[in-house]
Design a protein around this ligand. Structure first.
Ligand SMILES: [Zn+2]
Length: 113
């Protein structure tokens, strides 16, 4: 964890190597699965898997802001299972988008609780 005196309150990873920026990454959901070895090429399992989208296992909220950014740049990043998994997809969201997402999920949870 690195911080500078001018850090944003949410910064827990201040980077100075290429740019002077505040950063954070928070895992907001993890289904707990471990990475699986890919199926052997040519097998039925490989054929079946080939047509399917990659399965997301964990989701992280990521924010960064440097001196030129008026507001933090925020994303929800989606990953396959495993700690070293590569990012599969990215949803860029601003604060209003996050509030809409939060509100929609709250409405759904009320219906399903
Ligand atoms: Zn910072």
């Amino acid at each position: 964890m690195t911080r500078s005196p001018d850090c944003k309150p949410w910064c827990d990873n201040h980077l100075t190597k290429f740019e002077n920026s505040c950063n954070t990454m928070i895992v907001i959901y993890d289904d707990g699965r471990q990475a699986e070895a890919p199926p052997t090429p040519g097998t039925m399992a490989a054929l079946f898997r080939a047509g399917l989208p990659k399965a997301i296992s964990w989701v992280a909220f990521v924010a960064s802001q440097d001196e030129e950014d008026e507001k933090p740049i925020m994303d929800l990043q989606f990953f396959e299972a495993g700690d070293g998994a590569e990012q599969i997809s990215n949803l860029h969201v601003d604060l209003d988008g996050l509030r809409t997402l939060h509100s929609s999920l709250a409405d759904i949870l009320r219906e399903f609780s």
